[in-house]
Design a protein around this ligand. Sequence first.
Ligand code: SF4
Length: 351
Amino acid sequence: MVLSVQASNAVMNEKKPPLIIPIFIPHSGCPHCCAFCNQSMITGQGKNLPDSGEMDRIIREYLAYKGSRSRVELAFFGGNFLGLSPREILWFLERVRPYISEGRIQGIRCSTRPDTITRRNLDIIASHGVSMIELGVQSMDDAVLSRVGRGHTSDHTRQALDLLKAYAIPTGVQVMIGLPGETGEGVIRGIRELASFQPQTARIYPLLVLKGSRVAKWHAAGTYVPLTLERAVDQAKQLHQIFTRAGVEVIRMGLQASEMMEDKTQVLAGPWHPAFGHLVLSSLFFDRAVSRIRDVRPDRGAMVLRVHPRSESRLRGDKNQTLEKLKKTFPQISFSIETNRDLALDEIEVS
Ligand code: SF4
């Protein structure tokens, strides 16, 4: 007997993602410092803005890695892009214009706070090739937003999402899990509402206790306890499912691995893992495999799990942990894994 499942999972589709050229503008345009934030540390860049020469150097360096990708986008990350002055916003966009005119860059992304999405700002960036705006939503719970000193409310997010839709600008949302005062049910409720706005993409970040942040002080005083890695993976998995069921593509889970992130004198506590997203996707594969195996109702014996070659590591999990968990869940069955290129990336075939 052969059963297969094909859950909708946009992260696992075949298309090659665009090459992203990151330009970091740490803390720039930020009206406050959010309690969990230390962008200077994450980007390793201090508070310096890149000058014209530095931007050209970064762009050329990344373009050399374009390979067979059909699309290149430049992204302003690490600050509040639309919180910069109109003169600064235009200065940055003008630096990218020649590359767009030559067809070497196809779009610009910027991350910004919901309260900077105004008609005036959207009119300023119109016609400069901004292809996506990523909103730092973090939470839809006003009490949580106030506790971490965001300085905006969930209504700003609702208004921003409506306005971006009216301007037909593709939108991404960035959310955090493990924020002080947040409950598991509150997060789920907020993400359901967010997904109902149908943004194009989502990023999910677990809160890490960064040196120099206010959360680090709360952690030292014992008033803030971060999520365990296990709990963070579980919450991210639930968020991933809500987003993907609503047709929102989850493009990142967890912060990018770097030497800085491995430094325990900088990242003081929290669910850090260099392959956080892989852990979440493996956990999703585990749930799917369990469901498929239960459908077959096996008594005992040998079972083959077949997946696309590119999904094998997700089925095995980090250091084969997912496979080991399956063996513990079904001790009377011996499992083997085979690969089959004809299967979809999110498909598991059981026989
Ligand atoms: S989280 Fe975003 S808005 Fe808040 S201080 Fe950091 S970069 Fe600025």
